[in-house]
Design a protein around this ligand. Structure first.
Ligand code: GMT
Length: 379
């Protein structure tokens, strides 16, 4: 099939999922066309089945806001016509489903049917999408999609409760490609980050308020008072400055390492002993899955879709949002004993295997088939 994928090209989870999905589809013989404003961060254009089409928004003094949706929908129309695209898969409803719908309508005028699959990722529903500024447009474009998928059961339920949805929503969880994770603890170069007697605790996010990075620091602060440890913080975002200040005030600057946005996630997680994800909201928690495939247990909040991934007492532990003491207790349980830690590491890995790409990819392909059949019926 010839598939156009629209996504955010940044480090965010939805962009990562879209990119990894596109790469996997190309490996299965599909022709994949990414249409977005920059080459996605995890995309290496080394396959003749993968194409990238950059959306340019021309600056014009009259425009206070540059019309990205317009440029995107026009680019989609051109790409579909030029390459004979069979279907469109948009990731993150805002504004992608809306722009996709416009492209669909423009193409219909020319007798071209373009089925659209919309994948809901989280904040497009739980934070931004349900805001009154956007809600009618999001509601409309979800209903106009031919197939809608969400990355967790929890997100499906949120979508059904926040919007008036007339579509069936297929739950297709996020995935991980186990074949990519081949490092063993011996080749992790752990000594670069911590002393031999220290545990390594890691957090990766976009440092938005919803991630509660301050909770990460508070938990770490209490844990390192009892178990020698280092904290590795990966990512950039609005909370970073405040968090840096907090670390200074707590007097733990020498125990915290900021790595910024990194393409070396796999390397960092390889030498991590524990991953912290205390988010306020989280539709799935892809970063936790990446930790688990690297044999890193997860201490998380029990919000949104996280409990569908992290199994309490198995791959890590779950606590209520903001319950620092509970998270500290769980962290000490895991980190306090080598044998216990090893057990959690193995079980985190086993749990992650349930989300292996080879199990999840056929679900997307099935959805594509059904959307494609709809197109044939309409044509
Ligand atoms: O976590 C973020 O803020 C980024 C956001 C995104 O759209 O890039 O992530 C959402 O999608 C990810 C991939 O499906 C999920 O794993 C994250 O849980 C979800 N984030 C939230 O719901 C806050």
């Amino acid at each position: 099939m010839k598939i156009a994928i629209v996504c955010y090209p940044t480090f965010g989870g939805s962009g990562v999922v879209a990119t990894e999905l596109g790469i996997a589809l190309a490996q299965r013989g599909h022709e994949v066309h990414f249409v977005t404003y920059r080459q996605p961060v995890r995309l290496e254009l080394l396959s003749n089945n993968i194409h990238f089409h950059e959306v340019h928004v021309q600056e014009y003094p009259l425009f206070h806001y540059q019309p990205y949706e317009l440029a995107l929908s026009s680019k989609l129309v051109d790409t579909v016509k030029m390459y004979g695209i069979d279907l469109l898969h948009v990731h993150y409803a805002i504004p992608h489903a809306y722009a996709g719908y416009m492209a669909k309508k423009m193409l219909e005028e020319e007798g071209i049917q373009l089925p659209m699959i919309t994948t809901l990722h989280g904040t497009d529903i739980t934070l931004v999408g349900k805001h009154p500024f956007y809600k009618p447009a999001v509601n409309f474009s979800i209903n106009q999609s031919d197939v809608v998928t969400s990355v967790s059961q929890s997100l499906k339920e949120d979508t059904l409760s926040f919007f008036e949805i007339r579509k069936d929503i297929h739950v297709i969880p996020n995935f991980i490609d186990k074949r990519k994770y081949t490092r063993t603890p011996e080749n992790c170069q752990r000594h670069l980050m911590a002393d031999a007697d220290e545990r390594i605790i890691t957090h990766i996010s976009n440092f938005r308020k919803v991630k509660r990075v301050r909770d990460v620091v508070e938990v770490f602060y209490k844990v390192q008072q009892q178990i020698p440890s280092k904290l590795i913080l990966v990512g950039e975002g609005p909370e970073r400055e405040g968090v840096e200040l907090m670390i200074e005030e707590l007097g733990i600057v020498d125990k915290v390492i900021f790595l910024g946005n990194s393409n070396e996630i796999e390397h960092i997680l390889c030498f991590s002993d524990l991953f912290l994800l205390p988010s306020e909201k989280e539709s799935f928690g892809l970063a936790a899955l990446e930790a688990m495939i690297n044999k890193t247990p997860v201490i998380s909040s029990n919000t949104g879709g996280i409990p569908e991934l992290n199994v309490h007492g198995e791959s890590g532990f779950l606590s209520d949002v903001g319950d620092i003491d509970s998270m500290v207790g769980h962290a000490l349980t895991i980190l306090g004993d080598d044998t216990v830690l090893q057990g959690f590491k193995e079980r985190a890995y086993d749990r992650a295997l349930e989300f292996d790409l080879l199990r999840i990819l056929p679900m997307y392909e099935a959805v594509y088939e059904s959307a494609y059949e709809m197109r044939l019926k309409k044509a």
